[in-house]
Design a protein around this ligand. Structure first.
Ligand code: ZN
Length: 264
């Protein structure tokens, strides 16, 4: 099931199921079946309204009420490319919910960074309140998965011990295009293109700490709430982005998160 958050030109933000109709025929198209309320908190109940995907504007599929937790250095090749040490347990950081933007929203280059980087990542959306989740119960607390860009001001990250500024500024957490609830996250492809050229081409099977281990570890320290988002780290190939660039991050089985880059 694919759950999107969207607006129509006239309407308020609402949620809907992304579905293909007429598959394999000349009239194949992707539609959104609107549902009542927020599927994170309410049972799925269609409103009866349907929209063509092309006629709506997709929004970030979730605005975390409490937190986005990032995981640093979770792919060996990425650790190597930046010359960092491999952590002996997952390296955790936060991004505030004000860093979240949606598909198509511009990533605005801040005037205090000369080296903004794209980091394509698989994101986990938590579905229920949980703490100290045992490995065998991890699947019960996951609502679904989406695609994230852990945008990082690399120059500022290198100057400071804490990563608040470098990874938490406004617009540094594009999420989308929707939440896929049925993904097996253990071995899916992740690619990032910059202006059409592939810069990242990894697989989640290369994570040092896979999704299930991350939930176990993170929930030892923090109570997780519905709508919390976990960014699972980026594979190799992080690259500088600048005004006029187009960034597309694709996770196999979910879809593509596309954002332009803009300097005001
Ligand atoms: Zn990252």
């Amino acid at each position: 099931m694919r759950i999107a958050r969207f607006t129509t030109p006239e309407g308020e933000p609402q949620f809907g199921l992304v579905e293909t109709v007429g598959a394999g025929t000349a009239t194949e198209r992707t539609i959104i079946n609107a549902v009542k309320g927020d599927p994170l908190y309410a049972p799925l109940q269609p409103t009866g309204e349907r929209f063509d995907l092309d006629d709506v504007r997709l929004l970030a599929p979730v605005i975390p009420r409490s937190k986005v937790i990032g995981v640093g250095r979770n792919y060996a090749a990425h650790i190597k490319e930046l010359g960092n040490e491999t952590p002996d347990r997952p390296l955790l950081f936060f991004k505030p919910n004000t860093s979240v933007i949606g598909p198509g929203d511009p990533i605005v280059v801040p005037d205090w960074s000369e080296n903004l980087h794209v980091e394509g990542e698989l994101a986990v959306v938590i579905g229920r309140v949980c703490k100290e989740v045992p490995l065998e119960r991890v699947s019960e607390v996951i609502f679904g998965y989406t695609v994230a860009n852990d945008v990082t001001a690399r120059d500022v990250q290198r100057e400071e011990v804490q990563w608040g500024r470098a990874k938490g500024f406004d617009g540094s957490c594009p999420l989308g295009p929707w939440i896929e609830t049925e993904l097996d996250p253990r071995d899916v492809g992740l690619t990032t293109t910059l202006n059409g050229e592939t810069i990242q081409d990894g697989r989640t099977s290369l994570m040092l700490y896979p999704v299930a281990d991350l939930i176990v570890e993170i929930s030892r320290f923090f109570t997780l709430l519905p709508g919390d988002v976990i960014l699972t780290g980026t594979p190799a190939g992080v690259s500088r982005i600048d005004h006029g660039d187009a960034v597309n991050i694709t996770v196999e089985g979910i879809g593509t998160l596309a954002n332009p880059v803009l300097k005001r």
